[in-house]
Design a protein. Structure first.
Ligand SMILES: Nc1nc2c(ncn2[C@@H]2O[C@H](COP(=O)(O)OP(=O)(O)OP(=O)(O)O)[C@@H](O)[C@H]2O)c(=O)[nH]1
Length: 879
C-alpha cells in the first residue's frame, strides 16, 4: 500500500470511524478487519470482540439464521466476483430486548449494502458492510402492496443503491406525514393531550384542548413544574413521578383541579377524568408520560345539581308525609327514605337497602297483587297500588304506592324506579266506615239492600261456576204495621232488631241474612241438601218470629210470611230471583200468612190472576157485580133463626163467582175494602129493618169489618148516623172483627168499639181459636160474641183436641158473659156435640147456605126468628 493509499486508507478509516452510520469492513475471507463505533453500538459489542473474527461468529445470536447466512455469503460472493456493490434488501431479524414487563422479541428488517474496495488490478480487496434498518419502510410497503412487497425486495437484492436511497427518502416522507397526521389528531381531539418527556417532565406535545384547560401559556419545551407551578400543591407532579418511577398507568376520575390561566389572574376550577400513560424508550425504561383526558366540570356540576334537586324533591315529598324509595332494578338494591321507615315505625338503621325488606312486609292477602302491580308498572303500566305493610309493632298499615321508571338501559330495559309511599290507613278507616254505613242497616246491623244485591249477584256467579243451587228466602213480617200503629215506632224498631237477631240464629254462618228495608228480611241459603233442608229452615224462621217479643211497651206477637225461590230452577239472574221470591212471599201472605210458599210457575199465574182480579174488583161495585147473601144464625136450643150474617159475593161476567177468600185480601190490600165494607153495611141495614118488621122484633144482621176499616177514621160514625136515619136501634147490627184488631189495638180501635157499645152495636170476634186467642182482650173490649172457627167444628166429631178446644172456648166465653156462635156446622153430629157443650148459636149448611135476600125472607117466613111463635118456626135439620 503506497503512502497516498495508506494516507487515503487512514483517512478512510477515520471517516468510517466517525460516520454516524454503522460500518463494518471485511476481508474477502469474511474476517472483520474494521468496525466503527456506530456499528458496535448497534450490535452491542466491543471492538476487541469483533476485529479478526469471522463475521458470522460475531453476529448477534438472534441474527443467526441459516437463510440469512446463505443470502449474506451469496452477496459477498457476488461482490468479490463482480467487483460491484451488492445490496440485500429486508433481511429479517428477530431481536429480543428488555422491557419493564419482560423481554420482547421484535421483528426487525435490515438492508445490507456491500461496497467493494478494489486494488489497482480491479480485484476486490476489502468489503465495506453498511447495515440500514428498514423495518418501518418494510411495513409501509407491505401495507401498500402486500402481494408485491416480496417481489420488490427481491428485485432490490439484485443491487441498486439509488433505489435504496429513494426508498429511504420515501420512508422518511411517510413517517413525517404520519407524525403530522398524529399531530392533527392530537390537536383536534376533544379531550386534552399532553406528552411530557424526561425526568423533568418537559412538555413535548400539548393539544388545543390541553391549552383550553390550563390557559394559553408557554408549555412546549418547558418542564411541567416550571410551566404549571399551581399544580404542585395539588399533587399532579407526585403522580407524574409515580408513573415515571413505576411504569404503571394512573387513572383519575372527576379529580378536582385549580388552574390560574393568567399569572396573578383568577383561579378556575375544573373536574377532570384523566389517564397518565407511561411512554417507554427502546431500552424499556420509562421515557415520558402521555397524559390524556376530559374536562368533566359541566357534567359533574350538572350531576351535583341533579343530586341537589333530587334531594330537594325528596325533602319536598317527605314534607307531605310520604316516604320515598329508589330501586336499582339491576342490583335489586332499594334505598328507603327516613320517612318511609318512620311510617312503619322503624328507625333509620332498622331497614337495609334490600328489595325484600319491602316484600317480606306485605300482607299475605296483598302480596301477590302488590307484586303483580309492581311488575306491570315495570312493563309500562302506571303504578298506583294500595296494599298493607307490616309495621314494627306487628300491626298492618294501609299504604298507597306510586312510582315511575326513571332509568333505562340502551335497549330500553328499565334499570331504575323511584316511588313514594303514602300512609292511607286513616283514609282506609274512613272508607271502611263509609262502606259500612253504605252497606249495613244501622238498626239491625244486617247487610242492607245494596249489600244484599251484591251478595246475591256473587252467589249467582258462584253457583253458576260451581254448578250448585241455592235458595233465596224473602221474609216479611205479618201486619207489622199494626205494631207501629198500636205500640209506636220505637217498639217497631226494637222488634225489627230482635227479629234480625232471631233470624241469624236459625241459619249457618255461611248463609246470609239481610234487611233490605222495612219489615222485610232476606236469607240466602247455600250448600243445600235438598228442599227439606230449605223447608226446615223456613219453619225455624217462622217459629222464631212467632215467639213473643218483649218490648218496653209490652209483649208483641207477630208472624212472618216467607217466599222461597231456588237458583237455578226458578230464575237465572238476581232480578228474576228477587221478583220470584217476592211473589212467593206474597203467595204466603195471601194463603193466610205465618207460613212459607215456594215460587212455582203456577204461583206466577196466580200472581197474574190477582193483578187482574184487583183491576176488575175496582169496577165490580160500579157495575153491580157485588151482592150480599145472608146466612141464618140459628139458636141451637130453639132451632130458630136468631139472626143473619151478611156475606159479600162477587159474580164476574167472565170469571164467574169469585171466592171472597180470594178477593177480600185484594180489597184489603188495595184499600177498596172501605168502600165495599160500607156498601155491605148499607145493604144489610135496610134488610134488618124489613125483617125486623116482618118478625116483629129487631132482627140483627152481622157485618164483617176488616182491620183495615178500623184504621180509616172516616166511616165509623157514618154507620151510626145511617142506622139513625133508618130509625134502627144499634143492636140491629153486629160487627164481626178478627182477633188481630184487638191484638194491636190503637186508641182509634178502642174508641170505635166504645162507640159501638154506646150505640148498642154488638161485636163478634170472628175465627176465634185460630190466632192468639187471648182472653185478656175479650174483657177489655166488651166483646159480645165469640165465633168458633169452622176448622174446629169440622173435625169436632173425630178430633178430641178440636172438641176440647171448642168446649173450653164455650165454657170460658160463658164465664166472661159472652155468647158463642159455632161456624160451619154441617152435620147433626157436630150440632149435637156443640149443643151438648152449651154453644149458643150456630150457622152452617146443616141449617142453610148463605142465600139471596128474597130466599132468606122465605126462610124467615117459614121459620120465624127467635121470639116468633109457632112450632113451624123451627128449622128442620138435614141428617
Ligand atoms: N218501626 C219501624 N217500622 C218500619 C220501618 N221500616 C218500615 N216500617 C213500617 O213497616 C210496615 C211495613 O208494612 P207492610 O209490610 O207493608 O205491611 P204489614 O203491616 O207488615 O202487613 P203484611 O206485610 O201485609 O202482613 C210499614 O208500616 C212501615 O211504615 C222501621 O225501620 N221501623
Amino acid at each position: 500500500m503506497n503512502n497516498v493509499a495508506r494516507k487515503t486508507n487512514m483517512d478512510a478509516a477515520a471517516v468510517l470511524a466517525a460516520a454516524p452510520y454503522p460500518f463494518l469492513v471485511l476481508s474477502t475471507d469474511l474476517t472483520v478487519v474494521e468496525v466503527n463505533a456506530a456499528y458496535l453500538k448497534t450490535v452491542g459489542k466491543t471492538r476487541e470482540e469483533m476485529i479478526g473474527r469471522d463475521v458470522f461468529s460475531v453476529l448477534p445470536a438472534d441474527a443467526k439464521d441459516v437463510d440469512n447466512e446463505r443470502a449474506l455469503r451469496a452477496s459477498v460472493e457476488r461482490v468479490i466476483q463482480t467487483g460491484k456493490p451488492d445490496t440485500i434488501m429486508a433481511l429479517r431479524y428477530c431481536m429480543s430486548r428488555q422491557t419493564p414487563t419482560g423481554p420482547v422479541s421484535d421483528e426487525r428488517y435490515w438492508s445490507l449494502v456491500y461496497t467493494p474496495v478494489l486494488d489497482d488490478a480491479g480485484h476486490t480487496q476489502l468489503i465495506i458492510v453498511n447495515p440500514i434498518e428498514v423495518t418501518e419502510l418494510y411495513a409501509h410497503e407491505k401495507e401498500a402492496a402486500p402481494a408485491d412487497a416480496h417481489r420488490d425486495f427481491g428485485l432490490l437484492t439484485e443491487g441498486n443503491i439509488l433505489k435504496r436511497g429513494q426508498l429511504l427518502e420515501e420512508s422518511h416522507r411517510r413517517l413525517a406525514e404520519e407524525r403530522a397526521r398524529l399531530h392533527r389528531i392530537f390537536e383536534q381531539a376533544p379531550g386534552f393531550v399532553y406528552i411530557v418527556q424526561g425526568p423533568d417532565a418537559v412538555y413535548e406535545i400539548v393539544n388545543e384542548a390541553g391549552y383550553q384547560l390550563v390557559g394559553h401559556r408557554e408549555l412546549v419545551g418547558r418542564p411541567a413544574r416550571e410551566a404549571m407551578p399551581e399544580l404542585e400543591a395539588q399533587g399532579y407532579f407526585v403522580l407524574l413521578d409515580q408513573v415515571m418511577a413505576t411504569g404503571k398507568p394512573f387513572v383519575g376520575r372527576e379529580v378536582h383541579m385549580e388552574v390560574q390561566p393568567v399569572p396573578g389572574g383568577p383561579i378556575t376550577e375544573h373536574y377532570i377524568d384523566f389517564v397518565f400513560q407511561p411512554l417507554f424508550a427502546a431500552d424499556g425504561s420509562v421515557s415520558g408520560v402521555f397524559v390524556q383526558g376530559n374536562d368533566v366540570t359541566e357534567q359533574k356540576l350538572a350531576k351535583e345539581a341533579l343530586a341537589i334537586s333530587n334531594e330537594r324533591w325528596k325533602l319536598a315529598i317527605e314534607g307531605t308525609g310520604d316516604g320515598v324509595w329508589d330501586w336499582n332494578i339491576q342490583t335489586n338494591e332499594v334505598t328507603y327514605s327516613k320517612r318511609w321507615k318512620e311510617i312503619l315505625g322503624y328507625a333509620e338503621d332498622d331497614i337495609a337497602n334490600r328489595f325484600d325488606e319491602w316484600e317480606q312486609r306485605l300482607h299475605p292477602d296483598d302480596h301477590d297483587t302488590a307484586l303483580a302491580e309492581l311488575h306491570a308498572s315495570i312493563d309500562g303500566q302506571p303504578y298506583y297500588s294500595e296494599y298493607r305493610l307490616r309495621c314494627k309493632d306487628g300491626s298492618y298499615k294501609w299504604v298507597l304506592g306510586r312510582a315511575e321508571v326513571v332509568g333505562r338501559d340502551p335497549a330500553g330495559k328499565p334499570t331504575r324506579m323511584t316511588g313514594t309511599m303514602s300512609d292511607i290507613s286513616q283514609k282506609k278507616e274512613a272508607d271502611e266506615l263509609i262502606w259500612y254505613h253504605a252497606s249495613f242497616d244501622s238498626l239491625t246491623g244486617l247487610p242492607n239492600r245494596r249489600l244484599f244485591r251484591d251478595r246475591l249477584a256473587q252467589e249467582v256467579k258462584k253457583a253458576h261456576r260451581t254448578g250448585t243451587e241455592f235458595a233465596l228466602l224473602f221474609i216479611d213480617l205479618d201486619r207489622f204495621k199494626d205494631v207501629n200503629d198500636f205500640l209506636g215506632h220505637d217498639a217497631g224498631d226494637l222488634l225489627l232488631k230482635q227479629a234480625g237477631e232471631r233470624l241469624l240464629t236459625c241459619v249457618r254462618e255461611s248463609d246470609t241474612v239481610t234487611r233490605p228495608g222495612g219489615d222485610e228480611f232476606t236469607v240466602i241459603l247455600t250448600d243445600l241438601h235438598g228442599n227439606a233442608h230449605v223447608e226446615n229452615i223456613a219453619e225455624k224462621l217462622i217459629a222464631s218470629v212467632a215467639m213473643p217479643f218483649r218490648l218496653k211497651e209490652g209483649v208483641a206477637h207477630i208472624s212472618a210470611s216467607i217466599g222461597i225461590t231456588m237458583y237455578p230452577a226458578d230464575g237465572a239472574d238476581p232480578e228474576e230471583l228477587i221478583r220470584n221470591a217476592d211473589q212467593a212471599m206474597y203467595a204466603a201472605k195471601a194463603a193466610g200468612r205465618n207460613q212459607f210458599r215456594y215460587f212455582t210457575r203456577f204461583m206466577q199465574e196466580e200472581a197474574h190472576r190477582r193483578l187482574h182480579l184487583r183491576r176488575e174488583l175496582r169496577k165490580a161495585l160500579r157495575r153491580g157485580q157485588l151482592y150480599v147473601h145472608f146466612q141464618p144464625v140459628v139458636d141451637l136450643r130453639s132451632h130458630r133463626i136468631a139472626k143473619a150474617e151478611a156475606l159479600l159475593r162477587w159474580r164476574h161476567p167472565k170469571l164467574g163467582a169469585v171466592s171472597p177468600a180470594e178477593f177480600i185480601p185484594l180489597a184489603e190490600e188495595s184499600g177498596l175494602i172501605n168502600a165495599i165494607g160500607d156498601w155491605v153495611f148499607m145493604q144489610a141495614a135496610p134488610w134488618s129493618r124489613r125483617w125486623g118488621a116482618q118478625t116483629g122484633q129487631p132482627f140483627q144482621i152481622s157485618v164483617n169489618r176488616s182491620p183495615v176499616q178500623f184504621l180509616s177514621k172516616q166511616n165509623s160514625p157514618d154507620w151510626l148516623t145511617y142506622l139513625d136515619k133508618l130509625g134502627l136501634p144499634g143492636n140491629s147490627i153486629s160487627v164481626e172483627i178478627t182477633e188481630s184488631v184487638l191484638l194491636n189495638a190503637t186508641s182509634l180501635v178502642a174508641e170505635t168499639l166504645l162507640q159501638y157499645r154506646d150505640a148498642g152495636i154488638q161485636v163478634a170476634l170472628d175465627d176465634f181459636g185460630t190466632g192468639y186467642s187471648s182472653m185478656a182482650y175479650l174483657q177489655r173490649f166488651d166483646i159480645d160474641y165469640l165465633k168458633i172457627d169452622q176448622s174446629f167444628v169440622r173435625d169436632i166429631e173425630t178430633n178430641a183436641g178440636s172438641r176440647a178446644i171448642a168446649e173450653s172456648i164455650i165454657v170460658m166465653a160463658h164465664r166472661l158473659g159472652l155468647k158463642v156462635i159455632a161456624e160451619g156446622i154441617e152435620t147433626a153430629g157436630q150440632y149435637a156435640i156443640l149443643d151438648a157443650a152449651g154453644c149458643d148459636y150456630g150457622q152452617g149448611y146443616l141449617f142453610s147456605r148463605p142465600v139471596p135476600p128474597d130466599e132468606f125472607e122465605q126462610l124467615l117466613a117459614s121459620v120465624p126468628a127467635q121470639g116468633g111463635s109457632g112450632a113451624a118456626g123451627r128449622l128442620h135439620f138435614r141428617a
